[in-house]
Design a protein around this ligand. Structure first.
Ligand SMILES: *Cc1c(COP(=O)(O)O)cnc(C)c1O
Length: 359
């Protein structure tokens, strides 16, 4: 079962949205890499969503997150991530464009030099965000520091709301049901591009972190009756409940659609764990730590196609795609879509994130 792109658009049109992104993003074939890998490889350039060079997948989510913030009368938006978070930077950007005040609580995987700000942290400051760097305590790991940053943000929101200021608390990665609407919308856009170009994809490869993008992709795929396998390469270790939690998020997002619109029952399109392939084989040695495969993928795409993928997310996802094409897990002549989720500002971040293998 599926609904038409027109009906999907009608459902999405009823959701509060602040238009921020340049859409549709380009979709085209990578001829040289296709030849080299023996597959039909296409790329969708979601690194081009922004009104500057630094867009990415979060910008699509932020259209619906900012729509919600404006609809509910917020004055501040809070969010979280690592100090070089693409999501935090795009949130600061989206908030600025929406007339909202961004507050960021950023956990430091790599301790930044506050007198020599780099990449996204520098952009956050230029954009006027209120930035709180949360350094790791003695013996504390990144996940624990992140949780501490959520608590600090919640406390801060409590203080502001006590003074009558309304705040929206956006989770890491923009991963809630409003954010994922952005990728349901992206699947409508993709379907139209596939129809216009007479394209059919067997696989969609992409990088996954918070799971918000994946939830939207999976929901949109179900809604529109697309039949590609979604292959998600993690940028970090994720727990056993990841697929389950991501399916739940997808279904929550679908559940927002419908009331008062065309006849539509979200439960007919329920996303299940079986809709996902979660691949944890390419993030090592760790989040924000360069890998050999990622480094090779970055150089290959730059030198053959003139496109940059980043070392933290999209480079490692491309490494997974290349490995699967070489091993035959992706059969010869398959039609494969690589979703470029952005992140190239990482090239201008701290040297620990980039490594030395790129030059
Ligand atoms: C955040 C991010 C991802 C992962 O997206 P999620 O929605 O958090 O899973 C992938 N690539 C880049 C460049 C990102 O910034």
């Amino acid at each position: 079962m599926n609904i038409s792109t027109d009906n999907a658009k009608a459902l999405l049109a009823a959701m509060p949205r602040k238009e921020l992104a340049f859409l549709p993003t380009p979709l085209y074939r990578l001829d040289k890499l296709s030849d080299e890998l023996g597959i039909n490889l296409y790329i969708k350039r979601d690194d081009f969503t922004g009104s500057n060079l630094y867009g990415g997948n979060k910008t699509r989510k932020l259209e619906f997150l900012m729509g919600r913030a404006l609809e509910t009368g917020c004055e501040y938006v809070f969010t979280y991530g690592a100090t070089q978070s693409n999501h935090a930077m795009q949130t600061a950007w989206a908030a600025a464009k929406s007339g909202l005040k961004p507050v960021l609580y950023l956990a430091a995987v790599v301790t930044p030099d506050m007198n020599d700000l780099k990449a996204n942290l520098l952009l956050d400051k230029i954009l006027g965000a209120e930035v709180h760097v949360v350094d790791l305590l003695e013996g504390e790991d990144f996940a624990a520091a992140e949780h501490r940053s959520f608590d600090m943000g919640a406390e801060h929101i409590k203080r502001l709301e006590a003074d009558g200021h309304k705040c929206m608390d956006i989770p890491m990665g923009g991963a809630n049901e409003y954010g994922s609407l952005g990728y349901i919308n992206a699947m409508v856009e993709l379907t139209e591009q596939m129809q216009a170009g007479s394209l059919h994809f067997d696989y969609l490869y992409h990088s996954t972190g918070s799971g918000g993008t994946l939830a939207g992709i999976a929901a949109g795929r179900k809604l529109l009756g697309l039949d590609f396998e979604i292959h998600s390469i993690t940028a970090m270790e994720v727990g056993e409940s990841y697929a389950k939690a991501t399916a739940a998020l997808a279904n929550k997002s679908l559940g927002l659609l419908g009331p008062g619109q065309i006849a539509f029952a979200p439960e007919d399109f329920a996303v299940e764990e079986a809709d996902f392939v979660i691949d944890q084989n390419h993030y090592a040695p760790g989040y924000e730590m360069p890998s050999e495969g990622g480094t090779e993928a970055i150089r290959m795409l730059a030198r053959e196609e003139g496109i940059f993928v980043d070392p933290v997310y999209s480079g490692k996802a491309l490494a997974g795609l290349i490995a699967d094409a070489r091993s035959g897990r992706i059969p010869k002549d398959s039609n494969v879509l690589f979703l470029h989720t952005g992140g190239s500002t990482a090239f201008f971040a701290e040297k620990e994130i980039i490594g030395t293998g790129l030059f």
